[in-house]
Every structure is written in structure tokens, then in C-alpha cells.
Design a binder for this molecule. Sequence first.
Ligand code: GLU
Length: 473
Amino acid sequence: MVRTRFAPSPTGFLHVGGLRTALYAYLYAKKAGGKFILRIEDTDLERTVPGAVELIYRTLNETGLHYDEGPDVGGEYGPYIQTERKNVYLDYARKLIESGDAYYCFCSKERLDKLHKDGATKYDKHCQRTVSREEAERRIAAGEKYVIRQNIPAEGVSSYTDLVFGEIKVDYNDLEDNILIKSDGYPTYNFANVIDDHLMHITHVIRGTEYLSSTPKYNLLYDALGFERPQYIHLQPIMRDAHQKLSKRHGDANYEDFIAKGYLKDAIVNYIALLGWSPKDNREKLTLAEMEEMFSLDGISKSASIFDEQKMRWLNSLYVKELSEQEYHAHALPFYERLPYLKGFDLAYLSTLLHGRTEVFSDVQKLTEFITKFDGFDTELFVNQKWKTDATLAAKLLPDLIALAGSEWDTLHDALNAYAEQNGYKKGQVLWIFRIALTGAASTPGGATEMATLFGKKESLRRLAVALEKVRR
Ligand code: GLU
């Protein structure tokens, strides 16, 4: 059975790249009728951020990437948090020492620093060459600090097949004798990923291409321990532009921030899926369930993808359009609440006006900020080439329009139309003047009478009076 895993390190927010890895691992497993596992890789204690693990659970659950096994849901091969598996790794490291595939190392930080300063690009196998097993065990018994390093062959070429990139060849000479067990007794990623992928029966390892060239090291460990190697699927990075990777340091590249900006989770998942994969029919709008059906390795891109927020906005707008009025309103409310000038407005009505104009929910600010700018508006706005209107015409019509609004508020739309007809104006002329006078804005999320309904009778009359003052001056 296909078993994939997502193995994040809990170092902060769930970045777009991480979420994509999780998504592809999830889709690959689901497509094959297999299992998707969550494992927390937290053995680098200094990098662990409090709360990050809970954020990972929450994000995966919110986005629908439900894992079949994981720390908070359990499973046959737990624990699924590496720091809770500390003792498992040491036993395997000892086996590797027995077979000569690993060795104890006592080199001091000073010695290693000097090595680097003198131009060495990797550890020089000093302890492997000079410290016998017996001596090492004596020194450890006497309390000396040590690490365990992998013993990489000095020469030869390794090869394996990646399911996206094909055959990958790496010279052993280019690989370093990495630390497997640190002096605090915890394993490094380089060791723990192998032991856990084996013990958790992972069949397909899906991760970023930054691991493409270190995978031969892991393969040596699989072979030395008599484990079967998994299949590998490496994913190209997501780029900010042609040169720069999208990085965690770019604050806007994580799931939480997109939610805060008012993206819908389904749209985020949909867009992220397309950053490195395309379905056979090149469709762009896809639900998670559709992707579970369609996902396949031949759609995975061999080149990096560029993150395009404009495109994500467009995709999000399609999802926003599909919301019911109630759903739209529920999503928009927290964004309205941040805008003090909307106090007192009929927000449900506002939602009906904004729904078709919203790409992401934070747009509601831009769409409504005209409300705050009324007092300073420029009477040049009355100029409209198409309708042949200007401030002079506005000065002429506004007294009548104000009177109409006062007396025929409940049937304002018809009243404005009838007024235009009876007085030889085009409807567009009257509506333009009325709307500009009411809003002081060239573009508004609705027409003249919709804006009047939004403001209500009293505020509308106040605004019309202010506008008349302006054009009379
Ligand atoms: N903990 C590793 C990371 O976050 C996981 C890499 C892997 O999937 O093996 O990059």
C-alpha cells in the first residue's frame, strides 16, 4: 500500500512551499488509495517554535488534508513526534557503528572551525582514521562528549532514480560524513528521516529538491541497515521571481497570512496545487476532491514555479463568486469590523453590493473607503464625457433631485427616471449627477439608488446638500 508522509519541522508558520509538499503527499496517497501520515521533525530543539505544531495540525485540518496517522490522531507506528522517539535512533546508530558505516567523533568546535578556516569543505574523517572503537568507548565511559557521524565511502558514485527527475548520480566525494547523532543525544534530520520513513513504512518520499543531492547519503543508510529504499519524488522550489526563492522571511508567503488577507482556504489549496503540477486537461479551478482523482506524477513540473499573487487573486474571486449571500457576509464581517466608518451601515445590504466585486476579502476596504472621502471631493468628478455632465449641470439639477429624494424616497429609482424623461435629460445624466453628489466618488460598488439605499434617507439628504453647496461655490 502506498504510504506518504508530510514531515515538517515546527519552526513557525506553514509556508506555501510546505503546504504544497503536504498537498502533493496527500494527493499522491489518496489517488493510490493509500495512507497519508504526519510526522513532526523537531529534533533541532533550538529551531522549534512554541505553538508551531498546533498550527500545523490546524492548517492541515482546515485545508482538508486529513492525515490517517499522526501525533494527535495516533496510528500503528507512533509516536509521530521525533523527540518522543529519541531512543529508537541511538540503537540504529550503534548498529551502524558495529558495521563500520558510522563512527564516534570527538572533534572539538575549535578543531572543526580551524578545519574550515584552512579551506576544508567537509569533515576530514579525523576520528574515523585515528580513534579506535575501544578508545572511543573508553572516552565515552569517562564522560567525554561525542557525536556519531556517517562513514561515507571515500570514492565511487551513487545512483538512484527519482520519479520526477530520473536518474540522479552523485559522487561520494561530494558528500560529507554528516552527524547522525548530536552531542545532546538527539538525531539530526539526516538520520531520523531514514529511520522513521522505514519504521513508518513510507513507500514514497515527497519533498523539496534541496534534498535531491543528499538522498544518496540516506540510501547508504537504508542499505547498511538492510532497509528497503523508498521511492523518491523531489519537488522544485516555488520562486518569488526568476532569481529569488519564495522564503519564510517574506512574511506574506504563509497560509495564515493569506487567510488574514481574506483568501478562501479552498482557493489557496487550489492555487498552491498549480505551483508545480498541472492536470492533463490544464484546468485551473479544481476542488480537492477533483485533485484527488486527477493527481499524477507526470503532471509534476521539472522546473521551478513562480508564485503569482495576481493569479491567486483571480482564482480566489471565482470561489468568492460561488459563495451564497450568507456565506459571503459571514466571511466579510470580520473585515467590516476593522473599518470604523462602517458603523451603523446595513452591512448585509453592503455585502450584496460588494459580493460581485470582491477578489479577496481585504478588498472591502478599498471598495468602501470612498465613504470616508466625501467631504473633500472635487467637483470635477461631475464631468463625464459620455453623459456630457459637469458641475454647472449638477448645480442646476441638484435642487430638484434633493426635493425628489425628500418626497419620493421609497420609489426613488422610478422618480429619477421620470424626472429625466419629463425634463429632457438622459437617465444616465441624472443618475451620474445623483451618484456623484451622493458619494463623491467616480467608482462605487453600486449605482445611484443602491448608494442611496446604503446611506439611508437622512445621510443621503445630508450628502446631497453638501454637494449642492460645493457646486454653488
Ligand atoms: N523536516 C524536513 C523539512 O521540513 C522534512 C524534509 C522531508 O520531507 O524529508 O524540510
